[in-house]
Design a protein around this ligand. Structure first.
Ligand SMILES: Nc1ncnc2c1ncn2[C@@H]1O[C@H](COP(=O)(O)OP(=O)(O)OP(=O)(O)O)[C@@H](O)[C@H]1O
Ligand SMILES: [Mg+2]
Length: 354
C-alpha cells in the first residue's frame, strides 16, 4: 500500500501531494478536475504504464518536459521509496534508493489493481485481457512465472520469424522443442493459478451477481490433442499465415454465466460486475500470497451501476481489507464502512477535505 504520494506534471496535475489512509480514500471533484489523472498517476507508479493504454508521452503535462511520480510504499519491513521520472531521456525507475529498469520492479514494489469504467472489457473484449489478468496473479503468486513468460515470448518470436521467412519445415521444427517446453510450463503455471483463484472468483461472482459463475481455462489449442500434434497438424497453416496459431499465446478464460458464455449474454452493467468480481478475486489471491494489503484503485465505480449493485460492489471491496482509492463526482455517492480520508480535486490541484 502507498502512504505518501507526489506527482509533478502528470496530465493536468502540476504538483500534488497526498497522505493516503491505509484503508479508504475518496477523491471527489467535478468533471475534468483531474480525478482519473490522479488514479492514473498512482497506477503508473505501480505499473510503469497507463491503465487506459495511453502512451507515456501523452501523460506529461502540456508545457512541461517531464513528469515525476514519487511514493512511500508500506511493505512488511517498513516504508520503501519508489519513484519514476519520464523525460526525453526515457523512463527512470528507482525502488528503495536503487535505480532499476522496467515495470516488473514497480509491480513488485506497489502491487495494485484497477476497476475503471472500461473494466467491462475484461468480459466483453478479446482474450488477451483475460490472459493478462491470469498472468498478473501468476506474477505475484508463482515464483518464476515472469521468467517463463518472457522465455516463451522469445521462443514464439523466433518460431514466428522462421515462419515469416518461409524457412524449411525442418528449420521450423527445430524451434519446436524449446517452444513446447516453455509452452508446457506457462500452461501449467496458469492452470495452477486459475485453480488457486477459483473459489474467490466464484464467491465474488455470487456476491456481485447472485448467480453461479464458471471459469474454465482454454489452453489455446484443440483440447483433444497435445500441443506437439497441434503444431504438426497446423504447420502448413502457420506457414501461410506467418505466425504460430496454437499455443498458450492463444489461451483464454471462458467465463460462464448460467451455463452460457457470459460475453454473449450479460448486460453492460453485469459485465462490469463480473469483471469487478474477477479483479477482486485476483486482488484477494495475490494479497494472500504476498501477505500484505494491496492497492485497489476505483475510478468512478458508481458509473453504470444501480444503487443495489454499487452497494454490493463496495461491500465486497471493503471485505477484502485492501487499501482503496476511489473517485467520485459526488462525495456522498459511495458508502464505506468507515470514514474515508477525503480529497478534493479542482483544476488539477488537490486539497485534503474533511
Ligand atoms: N497531458 C496533459 N496535460 C494537461 N492536461 C491534460 C493532459 N492530459 C489530459 N489533460 C486534461 O486533464 C483534465 C482532467 O482529466 P481527468 O480525466 O483526470 O478528469 P476527471 O476528473 O477524471 O473527469 P471525469 O469526471 O469527466 O471523469 C482534462 O481536462 C484533460 O483534458
Ligand atoms: Mg475521470
Amino acid at each position: 500500500m502507498i502512504r505518501l504520494f507526489r506527482a509533478t506534471n502528470f496530465r493536468c496535475l502540476e504538483s500534488v501531494e497526498l497522505e493516503l489512509g491505509p484503508r479508504f480514500n475518496l477523491i471527489s471533484g467535478a468533471n475534468a478536475s483531474g480525478k482519473t489523472s490522479l488514479l492514473e498517476a498512482l497506477a503508473y507508479l505501480g505499473r510503469g504504464k497507463s491503465f487506459r493504454g495511453a502512451s507515456t508521452s501523452s501523460l506529461t503535462r502540456h508545457e512541461a518536459n517531464e513528469f515525476v511520480l514519487f511514493g512511500e510504499v508500506e511493505q512488511v519491513h517498513g516504508r520503501v521509496p519508489v519513484g519514476v521520472r519520464n523525460s526525453r531521456e526515457g523512463l527512470e525507475v528507482r525502488v528503495g534508493g536503487e535505480s532499476t529498469s522496467g515495470a516488473a520492479a514497480l509491480a513488485k514494489a506497489l502491487p495494485l489493481q484497477v476497476i475503471d469504467p472500461e473494466v467491462h472489457s475484461l468480459i466483453a473484449g478479446g482474450p488477451e485481457q483475460r490472459r493478462r489478468f491470469l498472468d498478473w496473479v501468476a506474477f505475484h503468486v508463482e515464483h518464476d512465472h515472469l521468467m517463463i513468460w518472457r522465455r516463451f515470448r522469445r521462443a514464439l518470436k523466433q518460431r514466428n520469424a522462421a515462419l515469416k521467412a518461409k524457412s524449411t519445415e525442418a528449420a521450423i521444427r527445430s524451434w519446436n522443442a524449446e517452444f513446447l517446453k516453455l509452452a508446457g510450463e506457462l500452461d501449467a503455471s496458469r492452470r495452477r493459478v486459475l485453480e488457486l483463484t477459483l473459489d474467490s472468483l466464484q464467491e465474488h461472482g455470487f456476491l456481485l451477481l447472485e448467480t453461479e459463475l464458471s471459469f474454465e481455462y482454454q489452453q489455446g489449442w484443440a483440447r483433444e490433442r497435445g500441443l506437439a500434434e497441434a503444431l504438426e497438424r497446423g504447420l502448413e497453416r502457420d506457414l501461410q499465415l506467418g505466425a504460430t496459431q496454437s499455443g498458450p499465446h492463444r489461451a483464454d478464460i471462458r467465463v460462464g454465466y448460467d451455463q452460457r458464455q457470459a460475453r454473449k449474454l450479460v448486460s453492460r452493467g453485469q459485465q462490469k460486475l463480473l469483471a469487478s468480481a474477477m479483479i477482486l478475486a485476483a486482488t484477494e489471491t495475490a494479497q494472500a500470497a504476498l501477505e500484505q494489503p494491496l492497492l485497489l484503485l476505483l475510478d468512478d465505480p458508481a458509473a453504470e451501476l444501480d444503487s443495489d449493485s454499487i452497494t454490493r460492489l463496495m461491500t465486497a471491496v471493503a471485505a477484502l481489507g485492501c487499501q482503496v482509492v476511489a473517485t467520485s463526482l459526488d462525495r456522498e455517492a459511495l458508502v464505506f464502512p468507515e470514514k474515508p480520508v477525503r480529497f478534493h480535486v479542482e483544476q488539477g490541484a488537490v486539497t485534503a477535505a474533511d
